[in-house]
Design a protein around this ligand. Sequence first.
Ligand SMILES: C[S@@+](CC[C@H](N)C(=O)[O-])C[C@H]1O[C@@H](n2cnc3c(N)ncnc32)[C@H](O)[C@@H]1O
Length: 222
Amino acid sequence: MSQIASKLREVIGRNLRKPEATLIGRIIKKYGLEKKNRVIELEAVRLCDVQPDYKVLEVGFGPGIGIEATYNIIKGGNGKVYGVDFSEEMVESATKRVNEGISNGKVELHHADVANMSFLKSNSFDRVFHCNCYYFWPDLTLAVNELNRVMKPGAVMVTTMNYERLKKIQSKGYFDKCGNIDMNRYLSALQSGGFQEVKLKSFKHESSGINIEAIIAQKLEN
Ligand SMILES: C[S@@+](CC[C@H](N)C(=O)[O-])C[C@H]1O[C@@H](n2cnc3c(N)ncnc32)[C@H](O)[C@@H]1O
C-alpha cells in the first residue's frame, strides 16, 4: 500500500513539474493549473505592469492563462508575447487558448527548456514572468543567467506563487524526486545573476483570499 502511495506521489510530482498527456496530467491541468493557479498567473501579469508596446516572456506558461492575459493587453499596441515551456502537452493546450494571437503574429510559443533559449534575442524583453516554476529547475544559476540574457537592461522579472500551498505539497512528499521549493536558492541565484532591487512581497488576493508571494527583480542597467 505504501509503495502504491509513494508511486502515486512520484507521478503527481512529475506531472506538476511537466504535465503529461495522461489522466493525472489532465486532472492537474484542469483543477490545479487552470483553476487554482489562475489568480497567481493574473497577479504576475498585473505586477509586471505590461504596456501595449512591451515585449513580454513567460516561462513555464502551462495552459496559457498568463499568456492570454498578456496578449489581451498588447494586442492593441506594438507589443508581442513569447512563451517557453518544456511540456508538449502544455504547449498544445496554450496554443488552443491563444490561437488568435498566434495567427496574427502577436504570440509565439516555444517548446523548450528555460536553460536553453538560444532562439530568443539577447537584451530584448521589457518584462519576464514565471509562476509556480523555478523550484523545478535543476540548475537555477543556468536558468537565471539565461533569463537575464534575454532581458533589456533595467527590465523587470516577476515570479508569483502561493508558498503556503507549496510547503504543504512538499511536506506530503510530492516534490521529493522533482523539486526544491527553497525560496532562498532562487533569491540568491538572482542576486548573483545580474539582478538588483530583488524584493519579496506577500499579500492576500482580495477576491479569492489566496495568499500570494511575489519576487520582483530588475536586471542591472548597463
Ligand atoms: C506547476 S506548472 C505551472 C504552470 C503555470 N505557470 C501555473 O502556474 O499554473 C510548471 C510549468 O513549468 C513548466 N516547466 C517546468 N520546468 C521547466 C523548464 N526547465 N523549462 C521550461 N518549462 C518548464 C512545466 O512544463 C509546467 O508547464
